[in-house]
Ligand binder design. Structure first.
Ligand code: ADP
Ligand code: MG
Length: 282
């Protein structure tokens, strides 16, 4: 194996570091072409062209109702576009079976619910569903290893026997992430993983997203509301307004007063703190 590549989850999934191939070229994981989606009459997502780079942290920002969750649901095959094509590593996702897709892409939704008496370990085990068949419903050695790994990375092993209703919001969020990690995918979507969490838990989740990317080579696509966090935890930002792609690029190129005004309709000052941009939100 080339020293610039690594294997994740103990499988033979060769991934590129930070979205670069060994020749230093970015690789597109996702490619969207003329994607249109409407819940009712009006288009909720209308994107002519968008690429998501493999091996990077991409964060989607935009006002409430701009279609961020809908876009994640389209990328994760929970919704089907009315028009256009979404491809994952060159393959139209509508042609990839659900099971195969769930082995490649996992998602933590904005609002998750589960029976309150289910234990942490049991919930995380559900992440192994894409690897089960009617003939092998039980947990094999590999399943157990992946579940242990997922609980360890998210630091919930100590809560394994607790019902999830006994956990704090931050701990529960980590359990949902653990369930997604047990799926052993190369790509994870996190829809507003920090909303409703206090700052300590927010930083924990963002630190976890970063380590999934830089230690395990996963592609992370998330939605964040905090612009400073988006700036500092992402390689690329996607700015979405009224379901359309407003801008995409390196965070410091996107978080500029003129783009923020167009996106959120507010004037924001951006300060330089030790060479890093910070948005002043008050
Ligand atoms: P965001 O995540 O950026 O806040 P959403 O993708 O959740 O935005 O929603 C985009 C738009 O689609 C909003 O106007 C919302 O009301 C509408 N919408 C979201 N989900 C549904 C649904 N299941 N049925 C009908 N309209 C929906
Ligand atoms: Mg949303």
């Amino acid at each position: 194996m080339d020293k610039d590549t690594r294997y994740i989850h103990g499988t033979n999934h060769e991934v590129s570091l930070r979205g670069k191939s060994i020749r230093g070229k970015s690789i597109n994981l996702y490619e969207l072409k003329n994607v249109k989606f409407a819940y009712e009459k009006e288009l909720t997502v209308d994107i002519d062209s968008l690429q998501v780079t493999k091996g990077k942290i991409t964060t989607i920002i935009g006002p409430n109702g701009s279609g961020k969750s809908t876009l994640l649901n389209l990328l994760s095959k929970n919704l089907k576009p009315n028009e256009g094509e979404i491809s994952l590593e060159g393959m139209d996702i509508s042609k990839i079976s659900r099971k195969e897709f769930a082995r490649r892409v996992s998602m933590v939704h904005q609002n998750n619910t589960a029976p309150s008496d289910i234990t942490v370990e049991k919930l995380v085990q559900y992440g192994r569903t894409p690897y089960k068949s009617l003939y092998s419903l039980g947990m094999n050695q590999e399943d157990r290893e992946k579940v242990e790994w997922a609980m360890e990375v998210t630091d919930v092993t100590c809560h394994r026997d607790k019902p999830i209703s006994n956990l704090s919001g931050g701990e529960r969020q980590r359990v949902w992430i653990a369930m997604a990690l047990a799926q052993a995918t190369d790509t994870i979507f996190l829809d507003e993983p920090t909303t409703f969490l206090d700052i300590k838990f927010q930083l924990e989740i963002l630190g976890l997203a970063r380590s999934l990317n830089c230690e395990y080579g996963m592609t992370v696509v998330m939605v964040l509301h905090d612009i400073n966090q988006a700036l500092h935890y992402s390689h690329e930002l996607v700015a979405l307004k009224d379901g359309k792609l407003l801008e995409k690029g390196e965070p410091s190129c996107i978080v500029r007063p003129e783009i923020m005004r167009e996106l959120y309709d507010v004037d924001l000052e951006i300060a330089d703190v030790c060479g890093n941009p910070f948005v002043l939100t008050v």
